[in-house]
Design a protein around this ligand. Structure first.
Ligand code: LLP
Length: 416
């Protein structure tokens, strides 16, 4: 990624100095590169060549309206998992006809809203959900296009919490049971099966599991064709990994071309739902060192960002690079645990990081564009960080830092 690099020994986002951004907006601060979002999205779109396709960015990854708007302007589709995400897509200028709706627990009201605005497809995950979609669509006298999320039972070889394609998790339906469900869907008066989908996990660093999943999905597609059920698309979900440290994930183009080659049918549309591979390295989290606390056993650098701002290290023991904004030689050179102000032992963003530090230094936590802000919380009544978008030498505040009024202004005292 070229979005974040040093110019004159100062870390920049594109051509904007991060020190300047910290001065203007304070820390902790999420900083995103518009060019990086655009290039990564375009790499997916271009790799398909003449194959019919739709790149549906997974909104959960980073759902700031400015981010969605940047992608919508390029013609992106969107993968949503709630009405909230649908409302974001609509506000950001996204086309509802390019929206696919995933998730195991769609409420009737969410289904109603999605039918009202005319989304492209519901990715359904159970028989009960099929029944509910049929009921709501019938009440509205609309036809719901659906796809069934199947569980191809391939091992994504990633962290168990973000691996979703194995038999024993809550997602999708057993691929062997899927034909029955498709037949039931065909019998529904207000449901129209148009595709098959799967999502086998996240942060995959190999192509093979994706191709294995596609093979199984295509075998199912053939079985369905024999039953007279012809489908228009296959949706392979998201999951392509990024480089956090020394991983070597496949290039976007190699991954997409492997899918196109395996499909080997220019009449079927391929949908993908990438999130991390587009957003991950398009963002950093900027934080300031509040205190240095060297001890006999461990050296702590206490920073102003915490697990409530970026929970991945605490939740998954995820490793994200942490680098100084203005590297120095004259501070305290040691191995630091970078810990936040939250009252939990698990509140760290990095451990055993060799760095030369002084209190007041700015640090950048890399690869924070995906599952960073969207998983943040107000734990310890900490206002959520501000977010800034950079392009060239321009920057825009795209979400102000939360105020205490934002945090508690709507709460009510009991009356007695
Ligand atoms: N489609 C579906 C149905 C999904 O469940 C997900 C992510 C995606 C697409 C996008 O996957 P991606 O391309 O980003 O791998 N919070 C975790 C990741 C959870 C992923 C959940 N599903 C993390 O921070 O690593």
């Amino acid at each position: 990624s070229t979005a974040f690099g040093y110019q004159n020994n100062r870390l920049h986002a594109e051509n904007v100095s991060l020190s300047e951004l910290a001065k203007t907006y304070g820390t902790p601060l999420y900083v995103y590169s518009r060019s990086e979002f655009e290039q990564r999205w375009k790499a997916f779109d271009d790799a398909f060549g003449s194959q019919p396709h739709l790149v549906c960015y997974a909104v959960k990854t980073n759902s700031n309206l400015a981010v969605l708007n940047v992608l919508a302007r390029m013609g992106s589709g969107f993968d949503i998992v709630s009405q909230g995400e649908l409302e974001r897509v609509l506000r950001a200028g996204g086309d509802p006809d390019k929206v696919v709706f995933s998730g195991v627990a769609k409420q009737s009201s969410e289904i109603r809203r999605a039918l009202e605005v005319g989304i492209r497809c519901f990715n359904i995950e159970s028989h009960a959900e099929l029944d509910r979609i049929q009921k709501v669509a019938q009440e509205m006298d609309k036809i719901a296009n659906i796809s069934i999320r199947v569980n191809p039972d391939v091992d994504a070889q990633t962290h168990p919490y973000i691996s979703t394609g194995l038999k024993d998790n809550k997602f999708g339906v057993d691929i062997l049971k899927a034909p029955e469900l498709y037949e039931d869907a065909c019998a529904c008066s207000h449901v129209n099966p148009i595709g098959i989908d799967c999502h086998i996990g996240s942060q995959l660093t190999q192509i093979t599991p994706f191709v294995d999943a596609l093979k199984r999905v295509l075998a199912l597609k053939d079985t369905l064709a024999e039953l007279g059920i012809d489908l228009h698309h296959v949706d392979l979900g998201g999951g392509l990994g990024i480089q956090y440290t020394d991983e070597t994930p496949p290039e976007i183009s190699d991954y997409i071309q492997a899918l196109v080659k395996e499909l080997n049918d220019p009449s079927i549309e391929i949908i993908v739902e990438p999130g991390r591979a587009i957003a991950g390295n398009a963002g950093i989290l900027l934080t300031e060192v509040e205190y240095l606390k060297p001890t006999d056993h461990k050296n702590f650098a206490i920073i102003d960002a915490a697990m409530n701002d970026l929970i991945r290290p605490a939740l998954y023991q995820a490793y994200q690079e942490i680098i100084p904004v203005e590297p120095r030689e004259d501070g305290l050179d040691a191995e630091w645990d970078l810990v936040g102000p939250v009252c939990e032992t698990g509140d760290f963003l990095g451990k055993n990081r060799r760095m030369n530090l002084k209190a007041g230094d700015l640090l950048a936590v890399r690869s924070a564009g995906a599952y960073g802000f969207t998983m943040s919380s107000n734990y310890n009544t900490r206002p959520r960080a501000a977010e800034v978008m950079v392009q060239g030498d321009q920057s825009w505040l795209i979400r102000p830092r939360e105020t205490y009024e934002d945090l508690m202004g709507s709460e009510l005292l009991i009356k007695d």
